[in-house]
Design a protein around this ligand. Structure first.
Ligand SMILES: [Zn+2]
Length: 261
């Protein structure tokens, strides 16, 4: 069965067909989805979705890009005061369907002020630790500061859409972190990601979509959804020399262990 550990079904891109799409997923082998919020406005909607579907769980948190996007709650409602926004999010962590803090992390691709996003990330790592929750981590072009932060905080959680090296995969998993692999694993230029997926311990592997983005081959560039994870599982199966069914079984079990569901 497919457990998608990183999705954004509340994205506006799904507005005109969300219900029909989600209704069809269990019939295509999807048994679990972690819906990840990117700011406080999103968080309430993600929780509503998780209340509506028994097999959907929610992660709530503030994505670093939310510090610069004008239509996010961080900017539009809290005027960039992420500490106030985090205070508003904290009560949501007690909701029974909230199983992680996310999506949080560091993004050096977009012009997000580095000190601000670092402080926001660390505040959320502390919040997760205080509530005994795992984290779903975004790391875009920020490996150095990310790994330094992880060494200091030692959170439990997953590096979603893992883009680091095979060597880094080994020490990250040795300290208990999970690595999420999605559509990028199937892309032609994925040599480095394939090398990481080849050495990641089986009990630290997770599958994900990051939908609506990152659809695997042969759907690259199109809208992604959790059912397409079977193409990522097949690629991982080829890399590891295991049946795809076994990869799906292992990654579902890993997701249930990490998120305690
Ligand atoms: Zn995401």
């Amino acid at each position: 069965m497919i457990f998608d550990t990183h999705a954004h079904y509340m994205s506006h891109r799904f507005d005109d067909h969300r219900g029909a799409l989600l209704a069809g997923l269990p019939g295509q082998g999807v048994c679990g989805v972690l819906e990840c919020a990117t700011h406080s406005g999103d968080a309430a909607n993600c929780i509503k979705l998780a209340e509506q579907y028994e097999w959907i769980y929610a992660a709530v948190g503030i994505h670093p890009e939310s510090l610069i996007e004008a239509d996010t709650a961080t900017v539009a409602r809290y005027h960039g005061d992420w500490r106030a926004e985090l205070d508003a999010i904290e009560p949501l962590l007690a909701h029974p369907k909230v199983v992680a803090v996310g999506e949080i992390g560091l993004d050096y691709h977009w012009p997000v002020p580095k000190d601000e996003q670092q402080a926001l990330f660390e505040a959320q790592l502390e919040l997760a630790a205080a509530h005994g929750l795992p984290v779903s981590i975004h790391d875009r072009e920020a490996h150095g500061p990310m790994y330094d932060t992880l060494r200091r905080h030692r959170p439990k959680g997953v590096l979603h859409c893992y883009s680091g090296s095979a060597d880094d995969a080994l020490w990250l998993t040795a300290q208990g972190l999970y690595l999420g692999f999605g559509g990028t694993l199937t892309f032609k230029n994925a040599r480095k990601t394939v090398e990481a997926a080849a050495v990641c311990p089986l009990d630290k592997l997770l599958l994900e979509t990051d939908c609506p983005y990152m659809a695997p081959e042969p759907f690259r560039g199109k809208e992604n959804n959790s059912a397409l994870i079977r193409y990522v599982a097949q690629k991982l199966a080829d890399i590891r020399g295991l049946p795809a069914e076994e990869i799906l079984r292992i990654t579902e079990e890993n997701a249930r262990t990490l998120f305690n569901v």
